[in-house]
Design a protein around this ligand. Structure first.
Ligand SMILES: NC(=O)c1ccc[n+]([C@@H]2O[C@H](COP(=O)([O-])OP(=O)(O)OC[C@H]3O[C@@H](n4cnc5c(N)ncnc54)[C@H](OP(=O)(O)O)[C@@H]3O)[C@@H](O)[C@H]2O)c1
Length: 303
């Protein structure tokens, strides 16, 4: 397939690109700087610098593509996340920018879009397993996740194949936020919100790319993509402590959650997520099935 990869220079992109190339796809990567283009050069992909917000430029780049993979995201730094306007870029990429992309794909006749989004849209499920039919709710900036899903389904309604991957929290040695988590854990702390018994679901960064590859041939729709073993917050804190060589990990008090903004509040929910639908539809399996393997390996890899 000829594939246009947007957001290909981040964590998900670094996982996806080699997998697509190994599978024989021809990949063009959208870049926003000459430095990013130079970094991609050794991989033998075509790095294209264009204004992805310009409808004409977008349609022209899209012509001849068979699929688009959109990994774009812009998150505010944690220290600024409760400030007004901090989530503007995040909302922009999930709403007007994605809407523009879908319009341009329909115009250019590109049938397939794979858009990775988040599992944070699910309501707190307590101890129940959550699948794609479980209730969702999102407010504040997080509502943009559901708007994004609606844009992707618009492509399907127009005769294309829109696929949303609701991914668990990425973790791995090559992820900026994970490196920060490991640094903090080595000092005996973790920004892990939520009750001790609340479930948390994740995905090893190395498994993002294989999931995206599998999504290129799955029926349109919404799919959860997480590893095999959700962990309770208390288990995750103990695992981080053990991997970091600490006796215990200090977490923010529960009192902080209501004050920490809408994005933090959804991260405190109990999410015991199942990928069964995606696994049955594609045969995909995570290479790192549990954080009990993945976190110690990530700590060892960063040294
Ligand atoms: N990280 C997680 O834990 C996690 C969990 C579940 C789902 N996801 C989802 O997976 C997707 C990818 O996340 P990630 O962790 O790979 O993010 P990331 O590492 O921050 O990478 C973001 C990518 O988006 C690009 N980008 C940022 N602002 C842009 C803009 N205005 N226009 C065009 N491109 C822009 C960046 O390009 P530059 O290199 O040029 O800045 C980069 O390639 C996101 O949709 C995210 O919500 C992430």
């Amino acid at each position: 397939m000829n594939i246009l990869l947007l957001g290909g220079t981040g964590t998900a992109g670094r996982s996806t690109l080699p997998v697509l190339l190994a599978a024989g796809h021809t990949v063009s990567v959208h870049v926003r700087s000459d430095l990013a283009a130079a970094r991609l050069q050794p991989l033998g992909v075509s790095a294209i610098r264009f204004d992805a917000e310009d409808p004409e430029a977008l349609v022209s780049v899209l012509r001849g593509q068979d699929a688009v993979i959109d990994h774009r995201v812009s998150l505010p730094p944690t220290s600024r996340s409760i400030l007004p306007g901090a989530w503007r870029s995040f909302q922009h990429l999930r709403d007007p920018a994605l809407s523009l992309l879908v319009d341009a794909m329909i115009h250019a006749g590109v049938p397939r879009l794979v858009r990775d989004l988040v599992t944070f849209v699910y309501e707190d499920g307590g101890d129940a397993w959550l699948d794609e039919a479980s209730p969702v709710s999102a407010s504040g900036p997080m509502a943009a996740n559901l708007l994004a899903e609606a844009h992707v389904s618009r492509l399907t309604a127009a005769g294309g194949q829109g696929v949303v991957l609701r991914c668990g929290l990425f973790y791995g040695p090559d992820d900026r936020m994970s490196v920060e988590t490991m640094r903090l854990a080595r000092r005996g702390a973790a920004l892990l919100l939520g009750a001790d018994a609340a479930w948390h679901s994740a995905l090893y960064t190395g498994d993002v790319g294989t999931a995206v590859l599998a999504a290129l041939r799955v029926a349109p729709g919404v799919y959860n993509v997480v590893d095999d073993e959700p962990l309770r917050r208390c288990e995750l804190a103990a695992l981080l402590a053990q991997s970091a060589g600490r006796r215990r990990i200090h977490r923010p008090p529960g009192l902080m959650v209501p004050l920490a903004g809408a994005a933090a509040r959804v991260q405190a929910r109990s999410h015991r997520i199942s990928s069964q639908r995606f696994r049955e539809a594609t045969g995909w399996r995570p290479r790192v099935p549990t954080r009990r393997e993945g976190w110690p390996a990530a700590f060892a890899a960063v040294g």
